[in-house]
Design a protein around this ligand. Structure first.
Ligand code: CP3
Length: 348
């Protein structure tokens, strides 16, 4: 049914003619057509909550960049909102929760969301996108990892330290677990519904993994990610935990197909910790795309050599920065396609 299923085959460890490539945050401000559409709307949330428009911007990078996957245009923060905690996206500043989680009562007031009732607009965007894609490329669904969602719900906004969220893990670990339980239950139901609506692969974003000590990460994050992976037997799952180098040997045991690497990680080190039974995704430094065309090509080739041809999905080590020149993104993508094809043919 899919004309291009490189991403899914690479995730499952099957042979591919070349390395598949997509970019985290490929749908967004790097594309002039996104900025034009976004400029006509009241804000980010209108785009996220209008399924036809979300579908349109989901497909923009497939047309404009020729990537091997689409990722549904949404945000990880739709989950806390579905649970009863509304977010705002403040222009040029980022997310803000006017009300945050402070007490056992606050946690008790949250609901385990019903995907169709509270997140129906995302599911509808997935259905529309699938129809409009006509099987050109797979569609990636996603959610935040429970720890990262807790971090925003307790902190209320982005932070360098997330000290309010981390403080909770010391002062009231039991309450943290009650909250993580509710987030995990919501997330599992939501991701299953995304798969039912047509998502071909699921990525879990643990953007704030790197701020926890290893023991806390194991207790408050990995165990919930483990549950999420086990709840999704029908599609490949990718776990991207930024900064979680200390968790890699635990990740080797996860029931998932792919581990995402940020740009601080050496692909060869990660391969030796994870073994050959998983695919690795990543991990060019997004800043490498600020170089000249030749520099972008060189950095991309270096990255490809570090991963080797098998079980690799090419990507950046985090989301593409909004002021990146789309032409350099195209150089990154073309270099991967050309070199990885050659490498297969000539066993480079
Ligand atoms: O192309 C894609 O990757 C799909 C869309 C997507 C968005 N957010 C759209 C978005 C995805 C996968 C996300 C995930 C997300 N959102 C994460 C996890 C990935 C990561 O970056 O670590 C996190 C932590 C968030 C929360 C969030 N949303 C922040 C911190 C911000 C502000 C920073 C920024 O980039 O502006 C957002 C806003 C956001 N989410 C934008 C987009 C396109 C920009 C807002 C706009 O266009 O006005």
């Amino acid at each position: 049914m899919l004309k291009n299923d490189l991403l899914l085959r690479a995730a499952r460890g099957e042979q591919t003619e070349r390395t598949p490539v997509w970019l985290m945050r490929q749908a967004g401000r790097i594309l002039p057509e996104y900025r034009a559409l976004r400029g006509r709307l009241s804000g980010f949330k209108e785009l996220v909550e209008t399924p036809e428009l979300a579908a349109e911007v989901t497909i923009q990078p497939v047309d404009a960049l020729d990537v091997d996957a689409a990722i549904i245009f949404s945000d990880i923060l739709v989950v806390p909102e579905a649970m009863g905690l509304t977010y705002e996206m403040v222009e040029a500043r980022g997310p803000l929760f006017p009300t945050t989680i402070r007490s056992a009562q606050d946690v008790a007031n949250l609901r385990v969301a019903d995907p169709e009732e509270h997140l129906g607009y995302v599911l509808e965007a997935i259905r529309i996108t699938k129809r409009a894609l006509h099987g050109r490329v797979p569609l990636i669904g996603f959610a935040g990892a429970p720890w990262t969602i807790l971090a925003y719900m307790v902190e209320g906004h982005g932070s360098k330290t997330f000290s309010k969220a981390r403080r909770l893990l010391y002062t009231d670990p039991q309450l943290a677990h009650i909250l993580l339980r509710k987030i995990t239950d919501t997330t599992i139901a939501y991701l299953k519904a995304q798969v039912e609506a047509g998502a071909n692969l699921i990525q879990v974003f643990d953007s704030w993994a790197g701020i926890l000590p290893p023991a806390h990460y194991r207790e408050f994050s990995t165990r919930y990610i483990t549950e999420i992976c086990e709840a999704l037997p029908d599609v490949p799952v990718t776990v991207f935990a930024k900064g979680a180098f200390f968790a890699l040997s635990d990740f080797a045991q996860l029931d998932c197909q792919t581990i995402g690497l940020d740009w601080n990680q050496d692909p060869r080190d990660v391969r030796s910790l994870i073994g050959d039974a998983k695919t690795l995704q990543g991990n060019l430094d997004p800043c490498a795309l600020y170089g000249t065309r030749e520099q972008v090509q060189q950095a991309t080739l270096d990255m490809l050599r570090q991963f080797g041809p098998h079980r690799h999905i090419a990507n950046l080590g985090h989301g593409v920065y909004p002021d990146t020149d789309p032409d350099n993104v195209r150089v990154f993508i073309e270099t991967i396609k050309e070199f990885s094809t050659l490498a297969r043919e000539e066993q480079l």
